[in-house]
Design a protein around this ligand. Structure first.
Ligand SMILES: Cc1cc2nc3c(=O)[nH]c(=O)nc-3n(C[C@H](O)[C@H](O)[C@H](O)COP(=O)(O)O)c2cc1C
Length: 243
């Protein structure tokens, strides 16, 4: 272990924050660290919008499914895949901007790697973070609230602030369930690991007073029906070609 790995191993999402703001200096440090993440072919197709306006923060609480931490955290960011920059460059060079699903994926992958480096940098400065996938509940509304132009793909939010809670660390799958050598395991081996993890998680939920929850049952339920069906049409409207 080293200090960085120790920090990573201590990660837990923080959902309650003190009133302390996140200093501009710390924001700049974290964004700089995020920017130094690897980026596919140096394209850097991402950006981050810090939402400072308190009325907009309040509106985002509603849009994310009443997640009050969006307004109460020290700083709230919207992480976006950003293809607009490249579109403007293409316009300048009088070339078509004609990339397909690959360009969308590049933006999503790059933005996510950027965000995690940024999040880790915040954690290294003693802040707590929580990603907000609830941002995708109603992206057309988020988009018009924050004036997002064509080519911008809002992906998720990020709450940052000084922790006002000390939640338990959430166990992950056993490593043999995610790290394979040379080939993917057979289904029986995989399901044995799932059962193993269900036992670990059952204890975790019980210790937290969250009842007898079975992780794998929650997963099958979660993926048994389509969710957020407006995402495909929304990203297409923003200019994504998903073919
Ligand atoms: C992309 C993404 C979106 C998430 N969205 C939410 C969210 O909307 N609200 C929330 O409370 N937590 C959200 N989380 C936090 C996860 O629930 C959390 O990371 C997961 O349960 C593991 O717990 P841990 O981060 O404490 O280890 C999100 C995490 C990720 C990576």
């Amino acid at each position: 272990m080293n200090e960085l790995i120790d920090l990573m191993m201590r990660h837990r999402s923080i959902r309650q924050f003190t009133d302390e703001q996140v200093s501009e200096q710390d924001i700049q440090k974290a964004v700089a660290a995020g920017q130094m993440a690897s980026t596919s072919g140096a394209i850097q197709s991402y950006c981050v919008i810090q939402v400072e306006d308190s009325a907009n923060r309040d509106e985002l609480v509603t849009l994310t499914g009443n997640q009050t931490k969006v307004a109460r955290c020290g700083a709230f960011f919207v992480i976006c895949g950003d293809t607009r920059r490249h579109r403007l460059i293409a316009d300048r060079d009088e070339l078509p901007y004609d990339t397909r699903c690959e360009a969308f994926l590049l933006a999503v992958v790059d933005a996510t790697i950027f965000a995690q480096n940024m999040a880790l940098a915040f954690e290294s400065m003693g802040y707590g973070i929580c990603y907000i996938g609830g941002l995708r509940n109603d992206l057309p509304a988020v988009s018009s609230l924050l004036n997002m132009p064509e080519g911008l793909y809002p992906l998720f939010g990020l709450c940052v602030g000084r922790p006002a809670q000390d939640p338990m660390i959430r166990p992950r799958l056993p490593q043999p369930g995610v790290l394979f050598k040379d080939h993917y395991p057979d289904d029986a081996t995989m399901m044995a690991m799932v059962e193993d993890y269900d036992t670990t998680m059952l204890k975790y939920f019980q210790d937290r007073g969250a009842g007898d929850r079975i992780w794998s049952r929650e997963m099958s339920g979660k993926f048994s029906e389509p969710k957020r069906m407006s995402l495909g049409p929304y990203y297409r409207d923003q200019g994504a070609n998903l073919d």
